[in-house]
Every structure is written in C-alpha cells, then in structure tokens.
Design a protein around this ligand. Structure first.
Ligand code: F6P
Length: 328
C-alpha cells in the first residue's frame, strides 16, 4: 500500500514552453481542491538542491494561465546529474516534508526524475512540456501548438516581403533532433521545401525543387529548415550553396530562434495543461508513480516514464508527402 500523499512539489525544468504556467496553476489548484499542500520548487532541479521552495495556494497562481515562460523559472542543472547533487535534493525534499513530485519538462527533465526515483524510490509524475513535441507516449507536448502558431505567423510575414522582392528565404525554426515544428509550420505556411533532422532529403533535390519553382512562375520561395536538419548545412551555408549552384535567386536568411519559445499559450495549450495538471495530481493521489501524463487521441493516458525517455518520436511521413504535393 503506498504512502498517503500530503505534500506535492512541482517544478519546471529544461527549455521553457508556453503552457507551463497553466500546468503549474492546474497542479496547484488540484492540490488545493483535494486539501493537499503544494510546494513550488524554483529553478528546476537546481532549486531542489538548494531548497528554493515556496508553499503555493490556489491564489498564488492567479492570472498566470495566459502567461508565457514559467513563473517557477527553469534551469538545466549539472549538479543534479551527479549522485551527490541528487542526494542533496532528496535531503531538501525530506526536510520540507514533500512526498511526491510533479515534473514539467522534456526528455532531460524526465531522465533526471527517473534516476532520482531509482535511487530514492521517490514518487514522480511527468507532464510533457517542450515546444519540440519530441516525447513518446503523447501526441502533443505543452507549448508545441503555441510555438507552431508563432512560427507560422512569422513565416507569413516573411512571405510578404519575399514575394514583394521575388526572393528565396531560408527560415530556420527550432528542433535540434526532431522536425515536427519545421514540417508542420512549413506545411501551414505553404513552404516550397522543408528540411528536417530525421531524413536527408538531399541537396540535389533541393536545387531541383527550387529550379522547378522558379520555372513555374512563383514569385517567392520559402525553405523551412529545422535547426538540426540532416543535410548537415546550417541556413547560412545553405544560402551560400544555393547562390553558388543556382542562378537567378536573391537569397535571404531568417533565424526565428527563441521567439518560438515565448508568448501567450494558445487555447489548445492552456486546456491541455489544465487537464494534464489535474490528471497528474489525481494519479499521484491514487498511488500511481513513475509515469508521464500523455494525450493519445485526445484522451489522457499514463505512460511509463522510462519508455517516454528512451523512445524516439517519428516524423509524419504522410505529412512529408503532403508537403511535396503542395509545393507543385
Ligand atoms: O528543447 C527545446 C528547445 O527550444 C529546442 O528546440 C532548441 O534546440 C533548444 O531548446 C535550445 O536550447 P537553449 O535554451 O539552450 O538555447
């Protein structure tokens, strides 16, 4: 029989994502609803090691559902990667009487939590929050929908200037290991080509496609490139390559960067965050642990956290094909 949960700690860690505040709010209010104390742990695992804790009640999270970033702050902690660091963190949790943790973050956050649980048998539950959407066991991570909309809005603006000057733009979007943002923002903004980390679509193919675009009378071209795309060339190198190998293109580069991580969360992310927070706390109350709350076909499911960490999300092949057809 698992211990009754009386005090839950919540933290955000890794890259921030829109919707994290909405998830914290939901965790805090669900705790209040069930008469469980909730403790905000500031600066992720870094703050856990230092005991940077604050009791949060339902009113502590007023007016944050619509705010980007995370009011608990985030950090990538090197000390938590060491056994000594994790021991200190465990001592702080014990000192504060915290019985379980809700971890809001991505891959790295969950890996840290999993190791922590293996060492101290400490109940943890994950809420996937990262703009990359690269966690297995959920169709959507918090922040992904917002980041997509931010990227599409920016690319629409780039298209205005590109078509006014008959230019080709390489637009870099986030995604070191996965191309979900690139592929979806690319299709959503009508990009001529999309380069992703999962598949090398080939530089020859890129040149052919751009040549075709030009000959078909297009007045501008946009190539959306994920940060970690497989051609191995960054957007500036791609620009040079095209300028060297194709005539008649006036090429520009735009790197969207961290603006994709900021801004007010979309309604989709706010609702998902609210649902996931309730599910996380109520699952802990029911004695569940070492799982992540995922959404599969719009139904919340619990997924083993070790599988979430070790699996690889896959690129949507059908959408790649759609993108090919759309660029005709
Ligand atoms: O994991 C989220 C993410 O935004 C990635 O898309 C990006 O590659 C990375 O974080 C950037 O990290 P940093 O915050 O260290 O610049």
């Amino acid at each position: 029989m698992s211990k009754t949960i009386q005090k839950i700690g919540v933290l955000t860690s890794g890259g921030d994502a829109p919707g994290m505040n909405a998830a914290i709010r939901s965790v805090v209010r669900t705790c209040a609803y069930h008469n469980i104390e909730c403790v905000g742990i500031y600066r992720g695992y870094e703050g856990m090691i230092e005991g940077d804790f604050k009791i949060l009640d339902a009113r502590s999270v007023n007016y944050i559902i619509n705010k980007g970033g995370t009011f608990l702050k985030s950090a990538r902690s090197d000390e938590f990667r060491t056994k000594a660091g994790r021991k200190k963190a465990h001592e702080q949790l014990q000192k504060f009487g915290i019985d379980a943790l809700v971890l809001i973050g991505g891959d790295g956050t969950f890996t840290g939590g999993m190791i922590f649980n293996e060492e101290f048998d400490f109940p943890i539950i994950g809420i996937p929050g990262t703009i990359d959407n690269d966690i297995v066991g959920t169709n959507f991570t918090l922040g992904y929908d917002t980041a997509l909309n931010t990227a599409v809005e920016a690319i629409d603006k780039i298209r205005d200037t590109a078509s006014s000057h008959k230019r080709l733009f390489f637009v870099e979007v986030m995604g070191r290991d996965v191309g979900h943002i690139a592929l979806n923002a690319g299709v959503g903004s009508g990009a001529e080509e999309i380069l992703v980390p999962e598949e090398d679509l080939g530089l020859d193919r890129l040149l052919e496609s751009l040549e075709r675009s030009k000959n078909s009378g297009k007045s501008s071209s946009i190539v959306v490139v994920a940060e970690g795309d497989k051609t191995g060339k960054n957007v500036f190198e791609l620009r040079d390559y095209v300028e060297e190998n194709l005539e008649g293109y006036d090429v520009r580069v735009s790197v969207l960067g961290h603006m994709q991580r900021g801004g007010a969360p979309s309604c989709f992310d706010r609702v998902l965050a609210s649902r996931m927070g309730v599910k996380a706390v109520e699952s802990l109350i029911k004695g569940k642990k070492n799982v992540m709350v995922g959404t599969i076909n719009n139904k919340l499911e619990l997924y083993p956290i070790d599988k979430a960490v070790k699996g690889h999300s896959k690129i949507d092949e059908e959408l790649l094909r759609v993108s090919d057809i759309m660029s005709t």
